[in-house]
Design a protein around this ligand. Sequence first.
Ligand SMILES: *Cc1c(COP(=O)(O)O)cnc(C)c1O
Ligand SMILES: [Zn+2]
Length: 459
Amino acid sequence: MGAFQRCINPQCQATFDVSEVLHRCPKCGSLLDVDYEWDKLQVPSSLSHFEKYWSERSNPRRFSGVWRFHELLPFAPLEECVTVGEGQTILQRNDGVAAYVGKSAGSLFLQYEGLNPSGSFKDNGMAAGTTHGRLVGAKSAACASTGNTSASLALYCSTAKFGKSIVFIGSGKIAYGKLSQALDYGARTIQIKGDFDDAMARVQEVSKALGIYLLNSLNPFRLEGQKTIMFRVLEALRWEVPDWIVVPGGNLGNSSAFGKAFIELHKLGLIKKVPRLAVVNAAGADSLYRLYNEEGLRWNGGNIDKAKIDAFYSQMDKENRRASTIASAIEINRPVNLTKCLRALDFCDGVVRKVSEQEILDAKAQIGANGFGCEPASAASVAGAKQLVAEGVIGKDERIACVLTGHQLKDPNATVAYHGNDREFYEKILGTRGVKTTEFANRPIVVDNDVDRILDLLK
Ligand SMILES: *Cc1c(COP(=O)(O)O)cnc(C)c1O
Ligand SMILES: [Zn+2]
């Protein structure tokens, strides 16, 4: 077939068949990539090759925003790929948000992944992950999740014809929009008394013990699907590479997948220029930020300073530091894809920033006011871009694509707390998080049930 799995550690590089279900390299414990024998595969000679599939949209796999790029992630036969219509997402120029972050008109684009079937970018990965699960004969699948992965897994499991999916979540740490999806789509939902990092540890143990297919972003096949987000960004720019990609960082699956996409496109001669990558943490879940900017941790040709990482985490445990942010999708202190993200940052000359709760919510309100609804985590990309423009790292006229990772309706509480009149609600949701102002709030106007009063008000 031309596809295999390969350990990302350059000192190891052990390879494994795609039919093996592995979460880490059995030899050295590093993460795994899906890799391809490109010289044995039919690789397009230019990205415009993919335009011909636009006329084949009656075939669901050509319609899919993931599988219409099948030649760039060919680990399963096209006919066997799982799709529920993911990836019909748009990149749109947004001058209002550009003005907010201090950029010139025409220079800022939003990649709106909230338009996916379950409302987040996770569907790109789940289409690929469930395809692999089916390929290896999995009968059920599991994940740990801050919410969106579970929603996506629950949705894809019925299409992939898996039995009941199992999702592990931290207690009280999940936005209702997401929880409602997992329950509605029929997943067995296990609520751990602990946070995401606890849920992540348990799901790995449980899947191992029970032989359940694991669909966290540790799963390298999921990341193959997420590469296509970048293919669509390029497609919308008529295959021109932007100057910057800005993405929120949680478990660092997306940033890792984007880096891999650009590494491969570059290697295959399909792009000449490589965009720079900005990964944005929430200040309350800033392990990558600290490790990268304060500890100077780097990919370093694959010779990552493991002792530094271990020391960082043991200090974190000693201080009992727990991730805490309104941006629940990135409320993660032990990002499983850390090493792959370092590789992406290395290849894309990347930077890492952190943004406060206030910055996240203000950016979110501005994104909303300019026609795009997103959940708090997504707004970290725009808030991060604003910082980088203010610092002069991102130029005023440089073309940037900010990824809006999830839909507005995922987490209505945060939005209503920001815009609403209910101070008590505000205090409960935001006040304890150091959010002092709601500068861009669009408050509902309270008025008597009287048409004349209402008319007076609207005149
Ligand atoms: C999962 C998720 C993230 C974090 O992405 P990673 O790949 O884990 O870094 C950000 N935003 C939303 C809406 C998500 O669902
Ligand atoms: Zn290895």
